[in-house]
Design a protein around this ligand. Sequence first.
Ligand code: PEP
Ligand code: MG
Length: 593
Amino acid sequence: MECMEGQTLSAGLAKGVAVVVGYELQRLFPSTKKEKQDSILSADVHVECERMDDALEKSKQDLDTFNAVAAEKPSLAAAVKLLSAHATMASEIAILAKERVSSDLVGVENALDSVVSQWVSRLQQIDNEFLRERETDVRDVGQRMMRHLLGILPTRHIDFPNGAVVVARELVPSDAIALSSSGVVAVVTQFGGKLGHTAIIARALGIPAVSGIANVIQRIASGATLLVDGESGVILAEPTAVQQTQFDARMSDARRQSVLEDLVDAGPCKTRDGTAISLLGNVGLQGEIEQIRRRGLAGVGLFRTEFLYLQSQLRPVAEAQRHIYAEMAEGLGDRPLVIRTFDLGGEKLPPFLSLDSHIAPSSLNLRGLRFSLVERDLLREQLTAIVQVAQTADVRILFPMVIGSHDFKQAIAVVEDVMKDCDAIRRPQIGAMIETPAALFDLDAILELADFIAIGTNDLTQYLLAADRELSAENDDVTALHPAVLRAIEKVVVAAKRWNCPLCVCGEEAGEVEFAELLIGLGVHELSVSPSRAIAIRATIADIDLAVASVLAKRALTCQSPHEVRELLTQASRSELQTELEQSSSPMLGIGP
Ligand code: PEP
Ligand code: MG
């Protein structure tokens, strides 16, 4: 038995069998040459060379498949050229690797590794940026062949058996989405933060996820029985019979509890002193609409539409999207459906886009609305679907990562143009996500244009604190509880009040009890949370005294660190504050709600 402790990304308990996936091969091709001993007999040379030929053949088949997709689109002409260059490169690498197998009598993986490493380090020394950048292509081609040699597939190609616990160094969002159609019961990784999209997807799927386990793919063997505790972040590998029995009992209790929760009539969502709070849900999968209903949520405050297409080889067209949005809107009845347009780019690059040579996979490359304004056709297709559904349902448009009034205005113009094309009469409400630092400095101009705004604290935190949200599990300073983020939120709340513009907070941490209380104290009356957090947050809200929450929030704004904010929110200091308030002649210490 081995016990490992990590951070919880998605709550819940699961018992299953480990399936270790090692799709990340970059590190097989370091830029400095490695010396490896992996000698073979001369009699085995031809077998190794045949393996290389086989890997080359399969790599070329992959490239042909991509080519077929790229050839259909004029804007992908550059990708078609690149793919043909990759095929030529693959043949050259294979020839060199086979030569090395027979001259050095080494295994073909070793030969491939050293050929690619040598090629890469030669390119790195060239004083020409264009040629130096070809290094990435060489690595890519090498990785593809290595994958075929080792029989290691990207996770999206694996058919996971029922009861599988996926164990990986990290999962990108498109890998995580692939889990939705499989029998995976939990995810255990080395990297990945609570605010990252992979964690968000795990929560949407309702499966526990734990990250922060060092060397996880070395420590857990495929086939090992695992107990995954998404409440405490503890993983037990090869547990004893007693541990399994105890865990089984906890799982049964949790199942019973969740059935009971579903039966509870949610009732109106109000603070202890009767202030109504609108509690909505964040969704990324069509099936989550059922959760919105079951948890008595007031509607969908954020639909992350890009999740629908993270695995798609083909560009999404209006018709298919119209069906999905219409079905979801119907499932919600009178409740609103806020559809966020595709928030693509960075780590969210579906196959239909990753072939485009002008789109680099970087979190600070084209993102969100800026991406959509470049990929206008994609945006127009999506807006057409939304506008059509909005003619008969309460469907609203939300643009992600708005930078300022300039890009927001362009986005609104596209909606209006699409409306003309569709002969639409009803203009859906149009909102802006406030999640970039730039937007904080153009708030009035954005608010003048917006029908509503939504604060995305995941990205706002990431970009304000210059810390990757995917790594937040390793650093508890990277949180919306950081006073800098709280001050930013306060600024937005004040501006939204001035413009009388509805405001919602939809970052993941709105589903955390302490942060939700601070938000309400700051004057936020609309929260959109993961449906799995609805019951806990509703209970928190019911327990909130608005006067106490306002004072707590004001004090939090003067703190210097998340640690200080957390101290402030402890039960002891809260009770102290309550007493102070009760004794004070001034009902709110001079601070209004
Ligand atoms: C956010 O950034 O807070 C947000 C809600 O959007 P996403 O998590 O999808 O980036
Ligand atoms: Mg965001």
